[in-house]
Design a protein around this ligand. Structure first.
Ligand code: NAP
Length: 267
């Protein structure tokens, strides 16, 4: 299937690792010109070929989203696709946390800055250049836990629930002008959030009295009742991003796509 993405311009946040890296690689493979934002680049990002510009930016800085979008316009002449992927544990934070009593006011503030307010600011910056092109596609990477309230990561879940609500509101307002806005809700994805030292797998391993690999291969899929029995691969999320970014999805807006191995059980 030709996704008709060749020559379009995208901004991808959190592009140096994990889902964002897979999205960047996939869009470049479709001929998209990509502005990739993260605080630092990685060898994996640097090795990608195509029309790619890395913008070093800390999305907890309120000025950063605007600068990233400006760079897309100055470098590539406009903006068609915005992938708000950066999110998860804010810098210096390790998740999961297991109780509402764990995060304090400052933790809540930083969680919302990173997972919700940075998206608000990026969308605000992107609307004008997208309208100038006659429309565009915004894909927000949310989480299955936005729709499954639980004591674990309560601040993160609430920020992602806000992101789902925002997405639907934006889809209503801007569909008549050609901008589509959708969320993807991954289940647990095998990225640095899980795999790195001190990451989610290590935290759960300490609780469960086991090791990191056992958590990722067995404990987490069982704990989260994943129908597929395994964590999600970042590429499986990236492929859905590409479809939603494409004009082949022209009638898809305000939708939420679960890429979660069967994590969410409700209809
Ligand atoms: N992994 C999961 O299990 C899972 C599940 C559900 C939803 N999600 C969602 O999927 C998205 C991506 O998660 P991931 O697991 O792929 O993340 P990841 O592998 O940990 O990568 C995070 C990316 O964000 C960048 N980043 C971190 N802090 C930043 C900041 N302050 N400013 C700019 N960029 C920053 C990182 O680069 P730098 O560190 O260089 O800045 C990196 O490129 C998030 O929205 C997350 O909530 C993930």
């Amino acid at each position: 299937m030709d996704l008709q993405l060749s020559g379009r311009v995208a901004v991808v946040t959190g592009a140096s690792k994990g889902i964002g890296l897979a999205v960047t690689r996939t869009l470049l493979g479709e001929g998209v010109r990509v502005v990739a934002a993260s605080r630092k680049s990685t060898p994996e990002l640097g090795a990608l070929t195509g029309d790619l510009v890395h913008v070093p930016a800390d999305l907890t800085d309120p000025e950063a989203p605007g600068h990233i979008v400006e760079r897309a316009v100055s470098e590539f002449g406009g903006l068609d696709i915005l992938v708000n992927n950066a999110g998860g544990p804010p810098p210096g934070v390790a998740l999961p946390r297991f109780s509402f009593l764990a995060p304090n006011d400052e933790d809540w503030r930083v969680m919302f800055e990173f997972n919700l307010f940075s998206v608000v600011r990026a969308v605000r910056a992107a609307i004008t250049p997208m309208l100038a092109r006659g429309g565009g596609s915004i894909v927000n990477i949310s989480s299955g836990s936005a729709r499954l309230p639980a004591p674990m990561n309560v601040d993160y879940n609430a920020a992602k629930a806000g992101l789902n609500n925002l997405t639907k509101a934006l889809s209503e307002e801007f569909a008549p002008q050609g901008i589509r806005v959708n969320t993807i809700s991954p289940g647990p994805v095998r990225t640095a959030w899980w795999t790195e030292s001190g990451g989610a797998a290590d935290i759960i391993a300490a609780q469960a009295g086991t090791d990191r690999d056992s958590v990722m291969d067995q404990v987490a899929p069982e704990m989260m009742k994943l129908s597929t029995g395994r964590l999600v691969d970042p590429q499986e999320v990236a492929d859905v991003v590409a479809l939603l970014a494409s004009p082949r999805s022209a009638s898809t807006t305000g939708a939420d796509f679960a890429v979660d191995g069967g994590f969410l059980k409700q209809v």
